[in-house]
Design a protein around this ligand. Structure first.
Ligand code: ZN
Length: 118
C-alpha cells in the first residue's frame, strides 16, 4: 500500500473511532449489564394456537451476573428496563468496534512506517 492510500485508511479509521467515542460520551442512560432474552412459550390449554406452532410471546427476560453467577430475571413490559438493556447491547457493540479499529490501526501505523522512505 502506498503512503497516500495508507493516510486515507488511517484517517478514516480515526474518524470512525472518534465518532463512536462521541456517541458513547453522549449516552445519558445508565445501562443495565445484562443480556436481553426473548422467550416463546406453549401453554397447556387444549386447542390453543400455540399447540400448532404459533407460540405465545415474546416474553422478555434478562441474564445478569449476580455474585459471579448468571441468573435470569423477568423483564416483562418494563419499557425503562428494556431501554437500559438495549443501551447496554449498543454500548457493547460500539466498544467491540472501537477495539477492532484500534487493533487495525496498529497494523496500519506499522505499514505506514514501512512505507516511509526516509
Ligand atoms: Zn397457548
Amino acid at each position: 500500500m502506498n503512503l497516500s492510500h495508507l493516510r486515507k485508511k488511517i484517517s478514516a479509521a480515526l474518524s470512525r473511532r472518534t465518532k463512536l467515542e462521541k456517541e458513547l460520551l453522549n449516552c445519558r442512560l445508565r445501562m443495565i449489564k445484562g443480556s436481553l432474552i426473548k422467550r416463546y412459550i406453549v401453554c397447556q390449554k387444549p386447542g390453543c394456537r400455540c399447540a400448532r406452532g404459533e407460540k405465545h410471546g415474546p416474553f422478555f427476560y434478562m441474564n445478569i451476573i449476580s455474585d459471579g453467577k448468571t441468573i435470569q430475571k423477568y423483564v416483562g413490559k418494563n419499557e425503562s428496563l428494556l431501554k437500559k438493556l438495549k443501551e447496554y447491547k449498543n454500548f457493547q457493540d460500539k466498544m467491540r468496534e472501537i477495539r477492532k479499529i484500534t487493533s487495525s490501526l496498529e497494523k496500519l501505523w506499522s505499514q505506514f512506517q514501512e512505507a516511509l522512505t526516509e
